[in-house]
Write a protein that binds this ligand. Structure first.
Ligand code: ADP
Ligand code: MG
Length: 236
């Protein structure tokens, strides 16, 4: 019976998620439909095109987060230097951060060990977390990204922002789908991050103080540790 219960619980969760997704997709779709109907009339304006485009982007973003999850976990693991991944993601935010008056500083310890990861998934994690950090600072500020060795077999990446912070009672519920405090948020970014870090045998934790800022820490096993644990689970 416990197996049955587990299954019905899973199905209930799946149903909740499906309902949530349908709801989230229906709103932008209704909006698009309305504007496309307007295109038929004479009141054609550029701003309507902009709205249609931004609603389409939103659908893309929502579906994109789920596509990341739908992939079989950690399909192709490759040896990577985490510094390189972070540099690429920070570069991606260059123009956006200037626009928002945000400065991103990256700090590395020397001689960091390599990690083993699904490159695009891990980039998605850094992307989502940096995006949240930028969005948490509506008047701008500084983001520090620190990469360091953590004990023998792990590395840690900390993303420290000076943003609005997260209420204490919310921290333990982060990662639940559709929780968002943003007008245009999806509430899916952190869910994806947790899932990806978990599939890499890592850990994602949040420390925050309202009106002071948030520190996100990602802990990942080094490649030697990752290979060792794979060998252990293979042998048993
Ligand atoms: P979204 O960004 O679409 O709202 P996320 O899953 O990325 O969805 O984040 C969920 C919520 O967690 C955000 O709406 C915000 O309230 C909170 N949050 C996440 N990161 C931060 C941060 N660095 N600073 C303040 N709040 C954050
Ligand atoms: Mg987000």
């Amino acid at each position: 019976t416990s197996q049955l219960l587990q299954k019905s619980e899973k199905l209930a969760l799946l149903g909740q998620m499906a309902a949530g997704i349908a709801h989230e997709i229906r709103n932008p779709l209704t909006s698009i439909k309305g504007f496309i109907q307007l295109f038929k009339s004479d009141h054609l304006q550029d701003e309507y095109y902009d709205i249609v485009l931004s609603e389409l982007d939103r659908i893309n973003e929502i579906v994109g987060e789920f596509l990341v999850l739908a992939k079989p976990s950690a399909a192709v693991l490759v040896e990577k230097d985490v510094k390189v991944l972070i540099k690429e993601v920070v570069t991606f935010f260059n123009s956006q951060s200037i626009l928002k008056n945000v400065q991103i500083f990256v700090e590395y310890e020397s001689d960091l060990p390599m990690i083993s990861c699904e490159e695009n998934q891990l980039k998605q994690v850094f992307l989502n977390l940096l995006k949240n950090a930028i969005e948490a600072m509506p008047v701008g500020g500084t983001i520090e990204v620190k990469v360091m060795a953590k004990g023998e077999g792990h590395i840690a990446v900390q993303i420290v922002d000076q943003g609005v912070g997260i209420p204490e009672d919310r921290i333990s519920t982060l990662g639940e789908p559709f929780y968002t405090t943003k007008e245009k948020g999806t509430g899916l970014g952190l869910m994806t991050c947790f899932k990806i870090i978990e599939s890499h045998n890592g850990k994602l934790t949040f420390q925050s103080k309202e009106k002071v800022g948030t520190t996100v820490e990602i802990i990942l096993p080094t490649i030697t540790r990752q290979l060792l644990s794979m060998e252990i689970s293979y042998n048993h």
